[in-house]
Ligand binder design. Sequence first.
Ligand SMILES: Cc1cc2nc3c(=O)[nH]c(=O)nc-3n(C[C@H](O)[C@H](O)[C@H](O)COP(=O)(O)OP(=O)(O)OC[C@H]3O[C@@H](n4cnc5c(N)ncnc54)[C@H](O)[C@@H]3O)c2cc1C
Length: 347
Amino acid sequence: MAAKAVEKYGRANDSWINGWSKDFAAELGARGWIGLTWPKEFGGGGRPAIDRLIIGEELISAGAPIGSMWFADRQMGPTLITYGRPDQQAEYLPAILAGQSVWCIGMSEPNSGSDLASLKTQAVRDGDEWVINGQKIWTSFGAVADYCYLICRTTTEGPPHAGISEIIVPMNTPGIEVRPIKDMTTNRHFCEVFFTDVRLPIVNLVGVEGNAFKQTMRQLEHERGGIDRLVSNHALYKVALERADRSDPRVRQQIARLEEKYRIGRILVIREVLHQAPAGFSAATKCFCTEHEWDVAQFVSQVLGPEATLWNQVTQGLAYAPGYTIMGGTSNVMRNILGERVLGLPR
Ligand SMILES: Cc1cc2nc3c(=O)[nH]c(=O)nc-3n(C[C@H](O)[C@H](O)[C@H](O)COP(=O)(O)OP(=O)(O)OC[C@H]3O[C@@H](n4cnc5c(N)ncnc54)[C@H](O)[C@@H]3O)c2cc1C
């Protein structure tokens, strides 16, 4: 399936975030490979989490373009199942399962990335509506998404993390302006999103008003501990392996080290998806796995030598490497979480 998808739709670097094909998402949906692990009563496959890990690993390692369904399958669906109302589940889950609705995540702001509690985009209640004003940034798929899963402030009273809520925002609502950002790989997948007096029904709130911090932390657990954090650039690794001079013992050592780390990372991810890891440990898993991806990128550039400075699909993939340890929470912040929340070390 993965090889055929690459043949048909092309190979993408970091395909879970850069590979775009709604047709392929529809194919996955038709096979029941979206929502594979969701409970059957919500239209999911009810399959064990390890099945999703295996399929995800195969698709991403090959570079199959799964970007248009990945966020919704990984985060929005499970969040709506956990925190959404039955009417919201009935409205949004079927299109996600069919690979037909694309979601973006509106968390980061120009002055609020790691410190989510400081975010300023505000939803003010006006009768039966929310009126939303503010700006998000680095919103992956902002320009093509049908919905934004918006994290915003619904009150300025109390401690900062207490007044944050989650609201579903259809991206065609008047008052939304999306400006794609060209990154150094020349991609335009992430965007600035501006909200000016955007009006939405109050029923678009997900879960409990003011409880988003807890809900978002649960979402980030889905986001951080998955196989996508380990094999983003595995397709590039395979290119380098074919070219590497294995007669050189130093190269063999490097390959051995990468293979060893890949296997450790895989065990960490398996522990996460089987819910065998301690609470909060996904921060450590994310940190270890994305730093491995960074090492892979360095190995690929070293094997390619001067060719790594020419602009082609491989080098474009290499230029993406700094993003691994930033998106979904930086390694510094992951280490803080590990130290404070998991190991109980003093701040
Ligand atoms: C490819 C990519 C895709 C992304 N997609 C999305 C998306 O779809 N939706 C979305 O909302 N966001 C997205 N992001 C944004 C991402 O979540 C943020 O970039 C990330 O959380 C860091 O926030 P920041 O950029 O504001 O950096 P800052 O938080 O300003 O951090 C700057 C530096 O300070 C360090 N730092 C900050 N606080 C601490 C601390 N307490 N202790 C130690 N060091 C600290 C950081 O490690 C970093 O090195 C994406 C980012 C990338 C790279």
